[in-house]
Design a protein around this ligand. Structure first.
Ligand code: AMP
Ligand code: MG
Length: 403
């Protein structure tokens, strides 16, 4: 059986990224940039005041106090008309362009108006040249690359793209990901299971996982453990960049998925990984005219489904979508309490982490195995445990995979 790292490497080898396209800025959240992008202007575009106050010549306040005559008032969006010369000042609001001649701004709180007519301002402070001023281009220079290709666009990047004048954003086309739950026992979540049935939790969970991974979900519903139904739905999924199935990949009499996938022309790359939960994972490739379809047969138990998705499918979807920066998911921490664990495979064990004095404390949960999604819902990480029969002491150094 291959290791998790070997399985991941085999998957990464099969990845082809999608072609570049363009979307409106309002549609760009979560997408991956397909080109470096540069700003078409300096930012800020003018020297600007960072406070509400008065624009002055700093040397005028060398004595620690002064009285200066008011020239004009400039608010954000206006343009100063007068040059500040010695003995004069301009009232300026945050964000307004600095008038020519001025080299500092004094905060309004350090001044007061001398007369009723607002014509003279008294300063009870000195000023340092440059104070409370942001110079033109201090943040971004015209032509400067502000974001690089392969980067996922978060709300921060949306703001930065807007600042840089990028209203049409170059991104990679979104991977299409077909999702298919398999099993005779499955019933939709809006029904009450009758004898022998269980609700299809994997279908909606996989759709949500695809969405978060940056893919566009194509819902193929529930396939019965029946060659014809499976073949029909699998064929529909093979038009997509990725097909993810759950269930039917173990050794049961109705675990038909690997056989039907082979019949539909999907070439198996591996079946089974040294991993708990998730051992029956199946992976293959199906050629299409415009690139291959990667096919993941995830084990049916929901915790196995989730662990396999996070370890293998999510990074694959991100890479197909052009993402070149893998998220860092591994953290080091200390076990909060003793744990006895025995397994023939490396295990990803649901746990909670909390920060105490700069160290992550990892508390394993009372997990009932790969069908126990309710306990997984309380977890924020998966504790990585080696194969074998071990007792891990409280305080021992451990590694976790963040969810
Ligand atoms: P299988 O891999 O098909 O043998 O399924 C393993 C276990 O996972 C069985 O107990 C199934 O009933 C359960 N299971 C399979 N598919 C789903 C699903 N979509 N939602 C919830 N449980 C499932
Ligand atoms: Mg099944």
């Amino acid at each position: 059986m291959i290791t998790v790292a070997e399985a991941q490497e085999a998957i990464w080898q099969a990845i082809q990224s999608r072609s570049p396209t363009c979307v409106d800025l309002g549609e760009a959240l979560g997408r991956i940039l397909s080109q470096d992008v540069a700003s078409d202007i300096d930012s800020p575009p003018h020297d600007k005041s960072l406070v509400d106050g008065y624009a002055v010549i700093a040397a005028d306040l060398d004595g620690g106090s002064a009285q200066l005559a008011m020239l004009e008032e400039v608010t954000a969006g206006q343009v100063p008309r007068h040059r500040v010369v010695s003995g004069k000042t301009t009232r300026i609001m945050t964000g307004a362009p600095l008038p020519a001649g001025a080299d500092a701004v004094v905060m309004i709180e350090d001044t007061h108006v001398e007369s009723d007519v607002d014509s003279h301002i008294a300063f009870q402070t000195s000023a340092r040249p440059g104070q409370h001023i942001m110079r033109r281009g201090a943040s971004i220079r015209r032509g400067q690359k502000v974001l690089h290709s392969g980067r996922r666009i978060r709300p921060i990047e949306i703001g930065l793209l807007a600042e840089a004048g990028v209203s049409q954003v170059p991104v990679y086309a979104q991977p299409s990901v077909a999702v298919l739950a398999t099993g005779n026992e499955l019933t939709p979540s809006d029904t009450v299971p009758t004898a022998g049935q269980i609700r299809n939790s994997n279908g909606p969970m996989m759709q949500a996982l695809v969405h978060r991974a940056g893919g566009r979900t194509v819902d193929l519903g529930i396939a019965r453990d029946d060659p014809e139904d499976l073949s029909r739905r699998i064929d529909a999924g093979l038009d997509c960049d990725v097909l993810v199935l759950s269930g039917g990949v173990s050794a049961g009499v109705l675990d038909l998925v690997p056989r039907i996938l082979a019949e539909r022309g999907v070439r198996q790359v591996f079946h089974k990984v040294r991993l708990k939960p998730g051992k029956p994972l199946w992976f293959g490739i199906s050629p299409r005219n415009d690139g291959d379809t990667l096919v993941f047969g995830l084990p049916g138990n929901p915790v196995s489904t989730l662990v396999c998705f996070e370890l293998f499918v999510r990074p694959a979807v991100a890479r197909i979508g052009g993402c070149t920066h893998d998220e860092e998911r591994l953290q080091s921490g200390q076990l909060a309490s003793e744990l006895r664990h025995r397994s023939d495979r490396p295990t990803y064990f649901p746990a909670r982490c909390s920060l105490a004095d700069g160290t992550w404390l990892i508390e394993p949960l009372n997990w009932q195995g790969s069908a126990d999604l309710a306990t997984l819902a309380q977890a924020d990480c998966l504790l990585q445990l080696p194969a074998g029969d071990h007792t891990f002491a409280a305080g021992e150094a451990v590694r976790v995979f963040m969810l």
